[in-house]
Design a protein around this ligand. Structure first.
Ligand SMILES: *[C@@H]1O[C@H](CO)[C@@H](O)[C@H](O)[C@H]1NC(C)=O
Ligand SMILES: *[C@@H]1O[C@H](CO)[C@@H](O)[C@H](O)[C@H]1NC(C)=O
Ligand SMILES: *[C@@H]1O[C@H](CO)[C@@H](O)[C@H](O)[C@H]1NC(C)=O
Length: 398
C-alpha cells in the first residue's frame, strides 16, 4: 500500500533514495576555500583549480548520489567586497553540471569578514531550490548558527527513511564560539527522539560538521593515530571545537554526549584540519559502548594551507548492512585511492597495510616519507635528492 508520504516523496525530485542495487554513495568536499585572493589574478586561477578537483573526483565517482560540502566553502578573510554569495555559483557549478543534489554545513571561514553564512544560505536556497538540500531547521537566533538540519534517505520503495543525515553548524569566524551551540544540541536530541517515536526505531544515521570534536584531539594525544589501524594522514594537531575560543577543551561536551548517546549514529565527518584525513573509533567508556566512528574528510580546495594531494572522501552505504558497516575511501584529483577502510565492529583493531586493495604504488613510495610530510615540509624524493646533491658539492668545495 503506497501511503501519501511515499507518493509525495516520489514526486519530489529532491528525495534521496538508495539505488535499486541497495547502495547509497556520498561524496564529501572539505575546505574548498574559494575567494581566497579576491583582489588578484591568482585568486581566479586558484578557484579554477579547486573547481577542477571537484570535477575530476566526480568523474571517477560516477555512483555518487549526494555531495556534502562540509564547511569553509569560502575564504571569508580573502573577501574585500560584499559579493561573497556570488562565489557559490563557482562552488556549485561542477555539481550542478552533473545534476547532483548537495547539502552544506558552514565553517568558520564562511562566516567571516564580507562572507556571512546567513547570506550564503539565503542565496543558495533561492538560486538552487531544486538541487540544494541545505536547510536551517535548528533553533533560530544569532547563537545557533545556520546549517542545522537533517535529511532523510529512503530505500527504493519504502516511505519510512532507511538513513538520516544530520548537519550541524560548528560556527566560529565572526562568532566567538567555535562549537555546536547547546541550543542546537537540545534541538537535535528532541528532534531525534520524535523521529524514533514516529518511525518506531532508531534510524541509522551519519553526522556532518566542520570543526572536529574534542574526542579526536584526545585520541590523537593518547593512544595516538596508528597508521595501520587508522590509515590516513596525521599531519597536524587537531583543532577541536572550542580551541579557537579560549584554547580549552570541553566546550563541546554536550554535543559529544548527544552524539554518543544517539542510537543508530554510525559515523561523523569533519574537515577544518587540512592535513588530517584519518578515521578512529571513539569509545567513551571502553568497557561498554560499541563506539562511534569519527572521521575527517580530505582537503579538497587549493585555498588556505595544506600539503596533501587534493581529493574528497567517499562514503558507501549498503542498505542491508547499514548497521554493520560503512565503507569509506579517499579519491584524489588524479584518480588514485590512497585509503579505503571499512568502519565496522572491529574498525580500530583491523590492520590495514600499504598493500591492501586500493593502495597504489606511488602511495607506498611516499609512505616512507610520512614523518617528513607530517611536519608539513612536504618534501618528496626529488627535493631530497637535490638537497643531497647541493650538500655534496658544498662539502666537496670546502
Ligand atoms: C567580487 O568583487 C571583487 C571586487 O570587485 C571582484 O574582484 C570579484 O571578481 C567579485 N567576485 C565575484 C564572484 O563576482
Ligand atoms: C573500497 O573497498 C570496498 C570493499 O571493502 C569496495 O567495495 C570499494 O569498491 C572500494 N573502493 C574503491 C574505490 O576501490
Ligand atoms: C571489518 O572490515 C575489515 C576490513 O574489510 C575486515 O578485515 C574485518 O574482518 C571486518 N570485521 C567484521 C567484524 O566484519
Amino acid at each position: 500500500m503506497w501511503s501519501f508520504c511515499a507518493i509525495v516523496n516520489l514526486v519530489l525530485r529532491s528525495t534521496l533514495r538508495f539505488s535499486p542495487d541497495g547502495t547509497f554513495q556520498i561524496t564529501v568536499l572539505s575546505d574548498l576555500h574559494f575567494a581566497e585572493y579576491e583582489d588578484s589574478a591568482q585568486g581566479a586561477t586558484q578557484d579554477a583549480r579547486t573547481a577542477g578537483v571537484v570535477q575530476k573526483v566526480l568523474q571517477h565517482e560516477t555512483s555518487t548520489q549526494l555531495v556534502v560540502l562540509n564547511g569553509d566553502l569560502i575564504s571569508g578573510y580573502g573577501t574585500t567586497s560584499d559579493n561573497a554569495t556570488r562565489y557559490l555559483d563557482q562552488v556549485f557549478a561542477p555539481i550542478h553540471a552533473l545534476d547532483l543534489p548537495w547539502a552544506v554545513t558552514y565553517g568558520n571561514h564562511d562566516n567571516e569578514r564580507f562572507s556571512k553564512s546567513r547570506a550564503l544560505f539565503d542565496y543558495e536556497s533561492s538560486t538552487y531550490p531544486d538541487q540544494s538540500l541545505t536547510r536551517d531547521m535548528g533553533p533560530q537566533g544569532s547563537e545557533a548558527g545556520v546549517s542545522n538540519y537533517y535529511l532523510e534517505v529512503f530505500a527504493e520503495t519504502e516511505d519510512v527513511p532507511a538513513l538520516l543525515l544530520w548537519f550541524f553548524d560548528s560556527r566560529g569566524g565572526d562568532q566567538p564560539h567555535d562549537w555546536v551551540d547547546d541550543s542546537v544540541v537540545e534541538w537535535f536530541v528532541s528532534t531525534n527522539a520524535n523521529l524514533v517515536q514516529q518511525y518506531k526505531r532508531a534510524v541509522p544515521s551519519l553526522a556532518f560538521f566542520h570543526i572536529p570534536i574534542t574526542a579526536a584531539y584526545d585520541f590523537q594525544v593518547k593512544p595516538g593515530v596508528n597508521p595501520s589501524r587508522q590509515p590516513g594522514k596525521n599531519g597536524e594537531k587537531v583543532w577541536w571545537q572550542g580551541r579557537g575560543y579560549d584554547g580549552k577543551t570541553g566546550h563541546d561536551l554536550k554535543f559529544m554526549t548527544a552524539l554518543s548517546n544517539t542510537d543508530g549514529m554510525l559515523a561523523t565527518f569533519s574537515g577544518h584540519d587540512h592535513d588530517n584525513d584519518w578515521c578512529f573509533k571513539w569509545k567513551r567508556s571502553p568497557s561498554t559502548s560499541a563506539g562511534l566512528n569519527v572521521c575527517y574528510g580530505r582537503h579538497t580546495g587549493y585555498g588556505s594551507y595544506g600539503s596533501l594531494a587534493r581529493g574528497a572522501r567517499q562514503i558507501l552505504l549498503k542498505k542491508d548492512t547499514l548497521a554493520e558497516e560503512v565503507v569509506t575511501w579517499i579519491r584524489l584529483e588524479d584518480g588514485l585511492v590512497p585509503e579505503n577502510v571499512t568502519l565496522n565492529a572491529t574498525y580500530g583493531q583491523d590492520e590495514y597495510h600499504p598493500h591492501h586493495r586500493g593502495f597504489p604504488q606511488r602511495t607506498d613510495l611516499r609512505r616512507g616519507l610520512s614523518a617528513v610530510e607530517n611536519i608539513g615540509v612536504g618534501l618528496d624524493v626529488s627535493t631530497l635528492y637535490l638537497v643531497g646533491l647541493v650538500l655534496f658539492w658544498w662539502i666537496r668545495g670546502r
